[in-house]
Design a protein around this ligand. Structure first.
Ligand code: HEM
Length: 191
């Protein structure tokens, strides 16, 4: 599999088709109440967040790193030591994910990569980066992380002087977008 040389393991546009159809994605969007106004709010957030990606990742990684039961999933299976190379490579793809999510271009290519991300948390964990870490991440933690990921985004959305109402709008769109994605990722676990 080829990949973006600047971003090891990022194979967007080069993965098999998602078992979820575009029509089913549209249905899921309606379930989450994700509409065009949310896509527009996400795109506005992209301009605000783009130059803050590293600081956002510091916050999120700081959170995961402070929780031994989460850091476990980035650690060597036998020694329990965090694998720095794994943390770094995933962090870079996570940064790209922030921008992809905010671009809100949720087409077939995006949908396919969602299934790949689900697999990477489950049966394909460790393969992309060639590591020997915990074999899979329990779905309960993936669902549970939706709250801290979206709550901690707020100060970054506020950083460029947007009104409280606009920050609420963008944060709500982010909550829906992350929930939507985790719902798609759950397919890899439940099929
Ligand atoms: C809302 C919840 C979560 C989000 C948004 C999220 C986001 C991501 C993203 C964007 C990637 C990289 C995808 C790629 O390869 O392009 C990733 C990979 C990864 N995430 Fe998560 N994640 C979540 C939950 C969790 C949890 C709870 C853990 C547990 C510590 C975790 C650990 C990992 C690990 C270890 C990888 C690398 C998997 C591999 O070996 O390929 N994630 N995550």
């Amino acid at each position: 599999m080829t990949e973006d040389r600047a971003l090891p393991g990022y194979t967007y546009g080069q993965v098999p088709r998602s078992p979820v159809t575009l029509e089913e994605l549209e249905e899921l969007k309606r379930t989450v109440t994700f509409g065009e106004d949310d896509a527009a709010a996400l795109r506005r957030s992209r301009d605000i967040l783009a130059d803050q990606v590293e600081a956002i990742l510091d916050t999120w990684y700081g959170f995961v790193g402070s929780q031994p039961h989460l850091l476990h999933y980035f650690s060597q299976r036998d020694t329990g030591r965090p694998i720095e190379r794994y943390l770094e490579r995933v962090r870079a793809r996570f940064g790209r994910w922030i921008l992809d999510t905010a671009a809100a271009d949720y087409d077939q290519t995006w949908l396919d990569y969602q299934h790949e991300i689900g697999l990477r948390h489950h049966t394909k964990k460790n393969q992309t980066d060639g590591v020997d870490s915990a074999p899979t991440i329990p779905l309960r933690h993936v669902i549970g992380l939706v709250y801290p990921i979206t709550a901690t985004l707020r100060p970054f959305l506020q950083a460029k002087g947007a009104s409280d109402e606009e920050v609420d709008r963008m944060q709500d769109a982010w909550r829906k977008a992350v929930l939507l994605q985790v719902a798609l990722w759950s397919e890899a676990y439940t099929r």
